[in-house]
Design a protein around this ligand. Structure first.
Ligand SMILES: [Zn+2]
Length: 548
């Protein structure tokens, strides 16, 4: 396809100031950039007064879990996202054997409510299936650590033996060899949560041989974010010489907000010592996760319905939940609150659960989506005590309850993180098949451009675009994307910077943004005048070895 974009304002992705120019696109590449270009036989599009930017790279997406079913990836494409980085938080559809398949049907499907219908033996197998089907956006795959460990050890809560570690390394080597961009971990979810740091270091040495990236959902994002979160990432990067990246960087819970500056300084400090370290974030104060995923320990999933019915098991679950909340979020409380009796603390915690946890999506009772937990439980289980109702709710929805939590982050902290030059953008979004979703799945990129850039002027438009394009491209090692330059791939987004805005909300997460006119993926117009054309021109990207 030959396209000529006339009179646009080019923001090239490097952070340089915008300039007025035409762009000629031929096949899948940018052919020429210059004033008054003419093209015989070219499709001419007048983009006067519009911004032309490189297509956005979503550094953190869970799209791979459902993109086979939602292959037009509307939620992402309509935001101007042309590349999705997937296989994040240690979770993905490949590689899998019987043990991994059991883990997914027992845990992932329950915890994340994503009907992952089929898993694949290797990432390459999954890539082949996707290629045949066709997808609208480019995909960059990471190897999910959860799969690797489960593949060899199941969910056994012990360090691996040396021959098991060798087996895991072999899988990482094979998947890196076929073009994975690195290894991802989810250290709050099993089996990441039961994996010792030393084991991750060994796997990262293999990733490092390929110049790949270690991308992590840290072990702690709350009051222990410094010692159990950032310090672990730095230790892994140092000892394995791997390039490292922190997923959805934030300080979780109001007692951790004051640590934001320490987080920034620690990362800056590591960078000064030549450690390759970056992070991504999404622009929302309510984080989103799975209710059962954060509350229940792995043993509960072994016999899910039974354990959530048996009264002894339920007692044990409640005790574990309280312990987890104390150790993750409250361990840094002022001394005075630590002498409050536990039963009273339990009351306080449960009352905050009721008003701060919002139901984003469930498997069955869709009518309570968007409501707060207390309200939802009153409707569904009017006669049960609070914690009995919670456990019944988790059991009856088969674990599939996605929630957002009010005041997990404060905007002030998000903004000071966003300002840092090492921070790029990752939605942490899903491509949902049905039901509601967190607004970040549909709104992350336009929300940054409208709220952080236009309204709050936190960074310039050029800098925000850099964080969405050339920065993630350089972190990933993509050599021909993320910048508007001749011979680079023609992934482009054209928008009106005065009107672009997100429309998705917690109550209705599935609303497209506005102000984005065109999205071009590998030279094909995929969004035209704000409408997805159904074009499936995305590519499965392959990581090329980076010599460090
Ligand atoms: Zn995560």
């Amino acid at each position: 396809m030959e396209i000529l974009l006339k009179n646009g304002w080019i923001i090239d992705g490097t952070g340089s100031s915008r300039y007025k120019s035409d762009i000629a696109i031929k096949d899948n590449k940018i052919l020429k950039i210059g004033a008054n270009l003419e093209g015989n036989g070219y499709d001419i599009i007048d983009v006067s007064n519009k911004i032309i930017a490189p297509g956005f790279i979503d550094m953190h997406s869970h799209a791979d879990l459902t993109i086979l079913e939602v292959n037009k990836a509307e939620a992402a494409i309509m935001q101007g996202v042309t590349t999705l980085v997937v296989g994040m938080c240690g979770i993905g559809r490949a590689p899998a054997n019987e043990k991994v398949r059991n883990y997914y049907s027992n845990f992932i499907t329950k915890a994340f409510g994503s009907s992952v219908s089929q898993l694949y033996d290797s990432i390459q197998d999954y890539m082949e299936v996707l290629k045949k089907k066709g997808v609208s956006s480019n995909l960059a795959f990471f190897i999910p650590h959860g799969n690797i460990r489960t593949y060899i050890l199941g969910l056994e809560d012990r360090p691996s033996k040396s021959e098991e570690l060798e087996e895991m390394k072999k899988i990482v080597k094979k998947e890196m060899g076929i073009g994975a961009f690195g290894l991802s971990t989810g250290l709050v979810y099993p089996p990441g949560s039961i994996t010792p740091t030393s084991e991750i270091i060994e796997l990262c040495k293999v990733v490092s041989d390929f110049g790949g990236l270690y991308d992590t959902h840290m072990r702690n994002e709350g009051t222990r974010i410094i010692e159990q979160g950032i310090r672990e990432v730095i230790e892994i990067a140092k000892k394995s010489n791997v390039r490292a990246h922190i997923s959805h960087l934030k300080t979780v819970g109001k007692y951790a907000w004051k640590l934001t500056h320490d987080v920034i300084n620690l990362i800056k400090n590591a960078k000064e010592k030549e450690i390759f370290l970056h992070a991504d974030l999404y622009p929302y104060e309510e984080s989103s996760t799975s209710l059962s995923g954060i509350l229940l320990n792995p043993w509960v999933y072994d016999d899910f319905e039974q354990n959530l019915t048996n009264s002894e098991a339920r007692k044990k679950i409640v005790t574990e939940i309280l312990d987890m909340i104390f150790s993750t979020f409250l361990s840094d409380l002022p001394f005075i609150t630590r002498i409050i009796p536990k039963f009273l603390m339990k009351k306080l915690i449960f009352s905050s659960f009721k008003k701060d946890i919002r139901i984003i999506s469930v498997l069955k009772n869709h009518h309570i989506e968007g409501k707060f937990l207390g309200e939802a439980l009153k409707i569904l289980y009017p006669k049960r005590s609070f914690y009995d109702a919670v456990l019944d709710f988790i059991r009856d929805e088969e674990g599939s309850i996605m929630i957002s939590i009010r005041q997990m982050s404060e905007e002030k902290s998000i903004l000071s993180l966003f300002k840092q030059d090492f921070v790029c953008v990752g939605s942490d979004g899903f491509l949902v098949i049905e039901g509601n979703t967190h607004p970040r799945s549909y709104g992350t990129f336009p929300r940054i451009l409208s709220r952080y850039v236009r309204e709050k002027k936190i960074v310039s438009l050029e800098e925000a675009i850099r964080k969405m394009t050339s920065l993630p491209a350089s972190i990933l090692g993509l050599r021909d994307r993320g910048i508007i330059r001749p011979n680079f791939k023609a992934d482009l987004v054209i928008f009106n910077h005065q009107t672009i805005r997100d429309n998705s909300t917690y109550e209705n997460g599935r609303q497209y943004p506005e102000g984005i006119d065109y999205v071009i993926v590998n030279g094909e117009i995929t969004v035209e005048k704000g409408k997805h054309l159904g074009i499936l021109n995305g590519q499965i990207l392959k990581h090329e070895k980076i010599i460090v």
